[in-house]
Design a protein around this ligand. Sequence first.
Ligand SMILES: [Zn+2]
Length: 310
Amino acid sequence: MNRVALFSHHACIAHDPGPGHPECPDRLRAVLSALEHPDFVSLLREQAPQATAAQLQLVHPPAYVEAILSLYAEDGELRSLDPDTFVGPGSVAAALHAAGGAIAAVDSVMEGWADAAFAAVRPPGHHAERQQAMGFCLFSTAAIAAEHARQRWGLKRIAVVDFDVHHGNGTQHILQSDPAFFYASSHQYPCYPGTGAASETGESFNVLNLPLAPGDGSAAFRAAWDNQGLPALRDFAPELLIVSAGFDAHRMDPLAQINLQTEDFGWITDQLMAASGGRIVSLLEGGYDLQALAASAALHVRRLIASKLK
Ligand SMILES: [Zn+2]
């Protein structure tokens, strides 16, 4: 059994992008409620701290960080940063705890008191570009965690694997020009945000996109990872694996048309544990059917606890 740290914070629930928005506070409530099951008594439950401005500036320009932080001062009004991305009174704090939770999760496995970590945080991060909030995301959480792992811990090979149903455009764009990073993503294509073609390989072939067609299910998903994603990840031999864990490829999810079963998220977790290099940090991204999200995230964490890590 692995020692698994769980990072979360009530501030991440207080982010409310407005009535009817799919990225709703109940998403995180559903995940945390599922993790109250007795199966999860061994979790090392930690508060996700706020990221500092300096940590956000690991990947975002100071002017962008200042622009987002300045929204803290705006009271009450819900402001839109793009057609899908809204900031209300609790949103900036939530995003700071989400990024800080990811950083603390990296530290937990690097300090060695956890074997694996899961950051149950929101808003998600993988669509945020260096200078642009988009797709429900304010800060590029996974890229910040990866850059932190390199600068604070001196790691030379850091992989980010993204199984959210949407392509992690921001993560890819921020990491793709640096061969210390490897980014692999399976996602519906075509779909939002429009990027993620197989032809996008990164400047040093350190990006692997595994596009899935609308209507694809377990067989296509598993074949893509078995045949391409996992061999490439093993070849890269990461010292740390960061997972952008979105659960919106589930067949019940309303935002896309990939038909995974809950068990597929257990399968991919097992595979990633075995290819992780011995350290794995998972960050909650999407997942918009509350029941499917809760069941899939719970299975993911179950496998983080039980699967062989190497
Ligand atoms: Zn998504």
